[in-house]
Write a protein that binds this ligand. Sequence first.
Ligand code: HAM
Length: 425
Amino acid sequence: MKLQSLRGFRDILPDEAERWQRITDAARAVAAGFGYRQIHLPMLESTELFKRSVGEATDIVEKEMFSFLDRDKTHMSLRPEGTASCVRAGIEHGLLHNQQQRFWYAGPMFRHERPQAGRYRQFHQFGIEAFGMADPACDIEVIALSAALWRALGLGGLTLEINSLGSPECRAAYRDQLRDFLRGRADALDEDARKRIETNPLRVLDSKHPDTRAAIADAPSMEAAMDDDSRAHFGAVCEGLEALGIEWKLNSNLVRGLDYYTHTVFEWTTDRLGAQGTVCAGGRYDGLVAQLGGGDVPAVGFALGIERVALLLAQDQADAAGEMPQVYLCWHGDECMTGAQQIGATLRARGLRTVVNAGGGSFKAQFKRADRSGAGWAVVLGPEELAAGTLQIKSLRARDAQRTLPTDEAVAYLQQALRDGQPNA
Ligand code: HAM
């Protein structure tokens, strides 16, 4: 018999291992920048833990866990995710009662799924969990941390989808209402959805089956079932994200595959990875700590799939091969047009691939274009800079302070930074 790795279990060879290192280094630095500290959690836990947290009627617990009896006849499972363990550890060590905690973890998770590109049986997550903060500020923080990580990695083009499941009470009321609706439509649903009516009706909402999708097009909406406090919480999260310039898209069918969520849920998705387009996902889970025997401790978190992020970085590297612009020049005011073109020409003469903004737009809009262009640096020329003979420079990929320098120095600075191999060199 030829020996080879098990189905869905992969070797990570040096090229990919280096990309992983980049991801975990960046994630560790960004998490530390937000005050998160590392926690190491065991890979094996009692099976009961996942039944009581992820939920008995979820795909993960029903079909995907690697569970077995050890020599002492203890029921245990390889962890399919990190949140349950983190909560268990927090309760066990008395870290959660009347306290605020910010943790991160990274490591392998195990799910017996059908393997395909971007989906494996052993995969790796980087996750964060924040405990003890019920206000929308914490939902915003957690999402902002993920956005900061994409920026640090130079990953553009991800879409943030968000939704609210409301408080546990309104979620339960909505579940009953939806169940009644689905019972009336049972004949039109696919088999999987039909089974879910009694066990986990919310999951029917994110079914991909065309018959089911058609049958639930006029299902009662979660939003209508939400109480005022839940609505206010979600409104504050949306506004907070907007204020930080983080774009989001409401997806009212986003319910997540784990049972513990309440209020805000979110996913970062891409259309560049085929069917496995969710790169990072999470949300608030205010009831879980109590459910696992701790106190009434609110919590929010997310986990990203390291393999999926690594696939995107690999694609970017291939795309980048000497083609992407390095600098995007934003300018404003008619008097700056000639100056902008001249500076663009100077930068190109010095070997820097440079796009000069055209088609007008506010600085905010121009920065968005700069981000999408793939450039690593934005240069800003406004009337003030023109009068002073300076330029503003801002890194679009690293958490680097914006600086204003005399034009010649700014050009030399960019040349040096790109030569030093800073993002997108
Ligand atoms: P999840 O959505 O099950 O959430 O997984 C998070 C991420 O892990 C997914 O978005 C995906 O990128 C990656 N992932 C999941 N399954 C696989 C797989 N079979 N192969 C490759 N990558 C995969 C959780 O696990 C929650 N614990 C997230 C969380 C933390 N919520 C609150 N705190």
